[in-house]
Design a protein around this ligand. Structure first.
Ligand code: B1M
Length: 208
């Protein structure tokens, strides 16, 4: 669909106003929010990731693209969070210490809220203690962690270890996600689940 390609292209150029306006237009045209998300915003961000890896673009370009992505996501958010049901349970989410990537984590939070979970979002750069203390104080049954850097993945392990130390590993379940994470990694650190994307995160959290 042409408008989805255009949104992706403007996102790649970091033009937040155009991304906002075209996203609004696409919604008016009846394009489903999830299609705009997957085929325009995430698709555009994937291209940015590839170009950054190939040194074709630099950090300021990535920042502009991230801002443009947020501009589109702001419009999609209310549509993705139209709660289907409520009272499913409480989950604490955040991006782990040392890691500032929060777009994917925000998306996971939006989808979980949309599915009826109460989500406590601790933001980014979250310490293991903060994850665990918040889960205890808020009586949340699940901790969800996001990491986008191979260097910050070990923090997820620290959270699992802290739960073990406090003898809470059985009561508080852990789900991990983010580009460098995997089923194998989750199993290795003793997490209860791994999710590849926001939609599967909802499924896995429901199972937990
Ligand atoms: Co950076 N960055 N970045 N970055 N960045 C990556 C991750 C990188 C892969 C780019 C690359 O080299 N190709 C690379 C990591 C390499 C590695 O570790 N292997 C990288 C790097 C190196 C860095 C810096 C170190 C760069 C530097 O300073 N030299 C730096 C680190 C800063 C820090 O965190 N301390 C840095 C900074 C940044 C920005 C701040 C500029 C910006 C982030 C802005 C923000 O988030 N507010 C940024 C961005 C935007 C990216 C890329 C291009 C896009 C990430 C993104 O938002 N994707 C990224 C390349 C890439 O991933 N293709 C890259 C869209 C998002 C919807 O997907 O986050 O994967 P994602 O989330 C998905 C799934 O992973 C999953 O569901 C989401 C939705 O489907 N998921 C979960 C995520 N969390 C989950 C949790 C769950 C379940 C599923 O359960 C709880």
């Amino acid at each position: 669909m042409e408008i989805l390609n255009q949104i992706a292209e403007f996102l790649e150029k970091g033009e937040d106003k155009s991304v906002h306006d075209l996203t609004e237009q696409a919604l008016k045209n009846g394009v489903p929010a999830t299609q705009i998300l997957n085929q325009a915003l995430i698709a555009g961000m994937d291209v940015i990731g590839e170009k950054f890896r190939a040194h074709e673009i630099f950090l300021p370009d990535v920042l502009l693209a991230a801002r443009a992505m947020q501009a589109g996501m702001e419009l999609l958010k209310p549509l993705l969070t139209l709660a289907e049901q409520s009272g499913l349970g409480k989950i604490v989410i955040g991006t782990v210490k040392g890691d500032l990537h929060d777009i994917g984590k925000n998306l996971v939070g939006i989808m979980l809220k949309g599915a009826g979970f109460e989500v406590i979002d601790l933001g980014k750069d979250v310490s293991p203690e903060k994850f665990v203390d918040t889960a205890i104080n808020e009586k949340a049954g699940i901790i969800g962690m996001s990491a986008l850097l191979t260097t910050t993945m070990p923090v997820m392990n620290n959270v699992v270890e802290l739960l073990k130390q406090k003898k809470l590993k059985d009561q508080i379940k852990v789900i991990v996600g983010g580009a460098p994470a995997s089923e194998e990694f989750a199993a290795e650190i003793g997490a209860d689940a791994y999710a590849f994307d926001a939609a599967s995160a909802v499924e896995r959290v429901k199972q937990l």
